[in-house]
Every structure is written in C-alpha cells, then in structure tokens.
Write a protein that binds this ligand. Structure first.
Ligand SMILES: NC(=O)c1ccc[n+]([C@@H]2O[C@H](COP(=O)([O-])OP(=O)(O)OC[C@H]3O[C@@H](n4cnc5c(N)ncnc54)[C@H](OP(=O)(O)O)[C@@H]3O)[C@@H](O)[C@H]2O)c1
Length: 376
C-alpha cells in the first residue's frame, strides 16, 4: 500500500455487532485506513467501543458527527429502520456513505436515498459486502465471460437460526429484519449480480405466530428462461451454498454464501442415448461390477471433472467493501460500478414483491402454516 497516501478516515455510526466486525476488519489495511470517529446514542457505548480499538474521537450528536471534516466517509451500522434517515443526513452534509444491508426498508426509501445522493453528487453505496469478495468478483467475471455458457439456473440459501428474542431487531421486518430483509437479501443480491433483475417473483413465506416472517422460499424467473430458487430462514441453520448452472458448465460455491473463497467448476456434457442393438459392451458397462468400481473411485477422487478455483479474502472479509468505497471516493466517483444505486433499488423492489406476496397470500390455502410458538 502506498505510504505517501493519507490514511482514509472512517466514521462509524452504531457500536453493535457489525460495527465491531467492520472496525476490526479494517485493521487488515491499517496503513491505508483507520476508524477516526464513532457516533453512538450513548457516551458509555461509544467509550466501550472506542477504547479497545484506539478510536480517537467519539460523538453522541449525529449532526456534529456528519459535519466533522476529519471524516472521509461514514459507515451506517445501525438497524435497518434507521438507515434512510442516517444516510440521508450524511449525504446532505456532503459526507460519502456506506449503508448496511438491507439498504433501506423498501424501494420507495431506496429511490429517495439514491435521489439525494445523485442530486448532491455524493458517494453512496449499499454495504452488501459479499459481492466485493475476490471469489465473487472472479465468479462474476467467469459467468459474464461465458465460461458456463448461457446461465439457466441459480440457487442460493441463507438459513441461519437467530436468537428468538422479542427485542431482536434482526427478526423484526418493521426494523429492517426478518427472513426476507435480513436473510433473503443475500441470495437476491447474488442473483442480481449474476443474472440481473428478475422478471417474475413467486414467494412462499412462513410466519411466526405474531406475523414476523420466519422463512421464505422464492422462485425468480427471467425473460430469457433462466430460473432462480432461493431459500432464507431465521429458524434453522444450513450449509448455505449457492450454485449457478449454464448450458456449458456448473459452478458450485463452497459455503457459506455470505463469505465464500472457493468454487468448483464442472463442464456440462450433453447426454447421449444409444440407439444401437444391445451388445456385449452394454452388458459389461451396465453390470454391477462396473458401477461398484465407479462408485468406489468417485468416492476417493471426489467430483469428476470439477476444477477448484480459490480466491482468498483479506482480513475478515468486510474490508473489501471498504476498499471499494475508498477507491471510489479517492477518485471522486459518486457510485460504485460493482454495487450501483439503481441495483440496490432493484433489489429492494424484489424484496418488496416477496413481502407483498407474503401479505397477499396471508389466508390463501397454499400458504405454509404459521409456526406457532416460535419467536414469541
Ligand atoms: N453484513 C453483515 O454481515 C451483517 C451482519 C449483521 C448485521 N448486519 C446489518 O447491520 C445492521 C446492524 O446490525 P447489528 O447486528 O450490528 O445490530 P446491533 O448489534 O444491534 O447494533 C446496532 C447498533 O446500532 C445502534 N442503534 C440501535 N438502535 C438505534 C437507533 N434506533 N438509532 C440509531 N442507532 C441505533 C446501537 O449503537 P449505539 O447504542 O451505540 O447507538 C447498536 O449497537 C443491520 O442493518 C443488520 O442487518 C449486517
């Protein structure tokens, strides 16, 4: 990293789980970036966050924080229902801003935020950190470069059991949580990065007894015939893999979906059907002996024909989105090509549609039964 360049000075609003991960992640690039200031609703939380990390300045007034010229960009690391107001205030003060996911509560807020950013010509980006990881960038380049032919299918799961605590904002859709806004946003965003905006959305959502969304199964359809199948859950934990298949190959990404560093790429061979009369070769090939040998060898060698590609992330992985913000701000860009505002708005539209369908189908017979007792 160039030593003659001034350290990029981050300001973080919020002192919770993700603020801590982000600040610790930045230490992987400490020569180039630092947390210069933190803003909290309470002096004691600010102090508890700043002291062990050596953050020199803390604020309890958000107005003073966004007005401070010692901050190059603000990272909004608070619950989703506060993203719009906090990010807008930062933009109105002329401060570049990185906004945690979900970007906003809905597409209407997301559009309004994008409008403020554009009208002020101030940088704004959704902190969908996964798409900035080296492996995901490599995957996108390969898919766009035609390595698997024309994409036909995508699947992605993000199921992680969340503490079923009534005060947990990650479970509350009104606060930007729930299976749709907090979990499905990952596969929806990955599908968007790889396939663009869907033309159709079909969702099944199961709810907790109080109506909060607990699980979502979503089918995305595309005008070109490609299909995406996504699953998100707050109530069970799964390996969380994702796969994209095309006419000439399949890419399986090693879990977890949110922080991958390895994928296997397998070519697809078109099936052949023999029309020859049954001969001696067929008896040998289809006999139990040949299949027994095949199974034993496959078990030892793993997937046939698959190539493994790895791309390791720096630090804890969160730093890559920060590096993208720093690159853009330093070169006076107001948006990132990797996570443009229009795409964040489009992702929110997909999430809105999933929620609308959950509501519309609330009493429809095909709806999955409510899970009583969970999360109450
Ligand atoms: N990218 C990821 O991997 C990832 C993982 C988890 C969460 N997230 C996202 O990050 C955001 C924060 O989640 P979290 O897990 O870090 O939550 P958290 O642990 O509850 O922390 C949120 C922090 O925001 C501040 N805050 C709470 N309510 C606020 C309010 N009404 N107004 C202003 N500030 C408030 C609090 O800090 P003070 O008390 O100091 O004000 C709190 O510590 C959410 O949008 C979530 O979806 C992302």
């Amino acid at each position: 990293m160039a030593s003659d360049r001034q350290q990029f000075r981050w300001g973080i609003v919020g002192t919770g789980f993700i603020a801590r991960k982000f600040a610790l992640g930045l230490t992987a690039v400490r020569a180039d970036a630092t947390v210069a200031a933190v803003c909290s609703r309470s002096e004691s939380s600010a102090r508890a966050f700043c002291e062990p990390l050596g953050v020199p300045r803390r604020f309890t007034s958000y107005d003073e924080f966004v007005a401070d010229d010692g901050i190059d960009a603000i990272y909004v690391a608070t619950p989703g229902d506060t993203h719009f107001a906090l990010a807008r205030a930062a933009l109105e003060a002329g401060r570049p801003v990185l906004v945690e996911k979900p970007f906003c509560l809905n597409a209407r807020e997301a559009e309004a935020l994008a409008t403020v950013a554009r009208s002020r010509a101030v940088f704004c980006m959704e902190a969908m950190w996964t798409r900035f990881l080296p492996l995901v960038r490599e995957l996108r380049a390969r898919v766009r470069g035609g390595e698997i032919g024309t994409p036909r299918y995508f699947s992605g799961t993000f199921a992680l059991a969340e503490a079923q605590d009534a005060d947990n904002h990650l479970l509350d859709p009104a606060r930007g949580g729930g299976a749709i806004l907090d979990r499905a946003v990952y596969p929806v965003s990955l599908a968007s990065a790889l396939l663009g905006s869907p033309d159709g959305v079909d969702a099944q959502v199961s709810e907790m007894a109080d109506g909060r969304d607990a699980q979502a199964a979503v089918t995305l359809t595309y005008a070109n015939g490609c299909i995406g199948q996504l699953f998100a859950s707050m109530q069970t934990s799964m390996p969380n893999r994702f796969t994209i298949a095309g006419t000439q190959g399949v890419i399986d990404v090693r879990p977890p979906i949110y922080r991958p560093f390895e994928m296997s790429i397998s070519p697809v061979a078109a099936g052949t059907r023999s029309r020859r009369p049954i001969g001696r070769r067929d008896f040998i090939k289809e006999s139990g002996f040949v299949h027994r040998v095949f199974q034993r060898i496959s078990a030892l060698t793993g997937a046939r024909h698959a190539r493994t590609v790895r791309a390791y992330y720096q630090g804890n992985g969160y730093v890559h989105q920060a590096l993208e913000v720093m690159r853009c701000v330093r070169s006076s860009q107001t948006e990132s090509e990797l996570m443009p505002l229009e795409e964040s708005v489009s992702i929110m539209r997909t999430l809105d549609e999933i929620r609308t369908q959950a509501h519309v189908r609330a009493d429809a017979p095909r709806r999955v039964a409510a899970i009583s007792g969970a999360g109450n």
